[in-house]
Write a protein that binds this ligand. Sequence first.
Ligand code: GLP
Length: 241
Amino acid sequence: MNVVVTENYEEMSVAAANVIAEQLKAKPDSVLGLATGTTPIGLYAELVRACDAGEISFANAQSFNLDEYRGLPGTHDQSYRYFMQDNLFDHVDIDVEKTHVPDGSMEDAQAACDAYEQAITQAGGVDLQLLGLGHNGHIGFNEPCDSFPVTTHCVELTESTIQANSRLFDSADEVPREAYTMGIGTIMKARKILLVVNGSGKAEIVRDVLRGPVVPQVPASILQLHPDVTVVLDKEAAAAL
Ligand SMILES: N[C@@H]1[C@@H](O)[C@H](O)[C@@H](COP(=O)(O)O)O[C@@H]1O
């Protein structure tokens, strides 16, 4: 595991964006696994800048996002599809047809998840998967539980995740209770993984993830077993290491 500690959020964002930029330069038709949340907003802004400047191109790339709220159409301003359009897709040269986010408006959870898993396989798998980290160690929406979920599935969100994400909705009541997410197995199949974390509030969970035992109660701890992981932290998130 390659752990990079940066001074602040801006440096973290640039360092992480550089990993994605290098991937695109080495393989223009990369399959990128993308993430939402507040953590990658600066990283996406840096990718938009690099694309504008002609340093990188997404023209031949494909993308698969980690997760989506169940029940939110892509037009809802808190859906992850909307987030991706707003923060990245609308501002770079990616073909929107080649961008994939689980379809939160599909009622049949099993069908939605199976179709997504199949689409990833058909694309040849993910070359580089970007991840943020939940306060409880979740990645995507793989919440702490008793065994690692393997494939894309429907999850019930924990109360702590609902509370954490409620800041983006008008109230906690409006946060969907379920989501579709890639499984831990789906994530671990990515050829490379890039985990990005900032802020003192995540220092302890970063320590548990990187230095603690590999247990499904800390879902991201499984990354210790992946052969090619880069972790980019700001110094606050790295404080307990
Ligand atoms: N499903 C997303 C995760 O993919 C994300 O990594 C996490 C952390 O979000 P933030 O970066 O806002 O702390 O929150 C959400 O629950």
